[in-house]
Design a protein around this ligand. Sequence first.
Ligand SMILES: [Zn+2]
Length: 395
Amino acid sequence: MSKLYTAKMLENMVRQGQSLATIPSNARLTPMARDIIRKEGRKPSGQPSSAPVSQPASGGAAIRIHDPVLPKAEYVWTPGGDPKTAAAMKTFFYSPEIEELKETICEIGRRIWNKGYVDGNGGNITVRVGDNLVLCTPTLISKGFMKPEDICMVDMDGNQVAGTRPRTSEVNTHLGIMKAEPRAKSCVHAHPIYATAFAVAGVTPPACLIPEPEVFLGEIGFASYQTPGTPENASEVGALAKRHQSILMQNHGVICWGNDVEDAFWKMENTDAFCQTVTITMQLGGPKQYSPEKLRELIEIRKKLGMPDARLEEMQECQLCDTSLFTVNTCPQPGACNPIPSNSCGINDMGHKCGGAGDGSGDCCGTCNNKTAAVAVDENLVQRITDMIMEKLNA
Ligand SMILES: [Zn+2]
């Protein structure tokens, strides 16, 4: 078999002044190494480059050392090609490609810890590497200080198949997403303060406020509370994964999925930044929305990028920027409807008829199994939520 080259090996070659053109055309490359070759690799010698380049010894290909390395490519495996024997599993688990992915997982762990998205041993990260194989972080470890040898591997049922440290129990939630949505090749779970505060309040942030989250996050999902790591939690979150790449888990935290671990992490950053901005906006007189027509354009861009979004199929345009702004995802008093605002469609954002003019005659709260009762926000959102809690306590 031909020699395998990793990104690190290529970087070392460049540092030592060796040309990447010396890499044989039949060499095997890790995904990150392939990215480098694709970007800078086997160009004919003498081709001008716009950035300072290292000087290759033989005038061959060069790499721009100061260029940022592109997001890690999605890990692609051969369907049906999972290692079958214990020995093959071990070889695979310690192969250069998987070692590189373990390093990337540790790097993302450092980033979620540095951003304050996790505390103690909180959070976990997974990357799917086969039909039935998923790399995952171990239990009881700070995500800021992991080493590649800490990373373990499980099958799609959560049974540990490699690694010395025991896997996190919350891997089941990640697997729930991966089973429901094959495009989910990596999941990142964390407890970032702002987004988790939304999850604890049972509130999802409004649409039509900032373009980037609409394109890169889409509609943020909301999973009702289940004990972390249980099959119930996995099926609750999994059921939302086809439609949502970022899911607030009630009274718990956030889980995001992407094509690769960097992509999943970016969605976590987008989610928390969005929630933080909305929170501060509430102190500055409340959010001002742009129009549903503009949101439609953003959703179309998102769909062109190949990201899931069901809103255009399922909602009327006037529902896209629901005037209720915030969606309270928990039913304060089942059966006793809170005043439901009539948006311009007279339908709440799960498509339930809402009794028209907010007279409470609708059955939104009666359908609390759908988890959504839209509640009009005014400048006293916090007060309203407090009132609901007090009502419940006094009931
Ligand atoms: Zn958690």
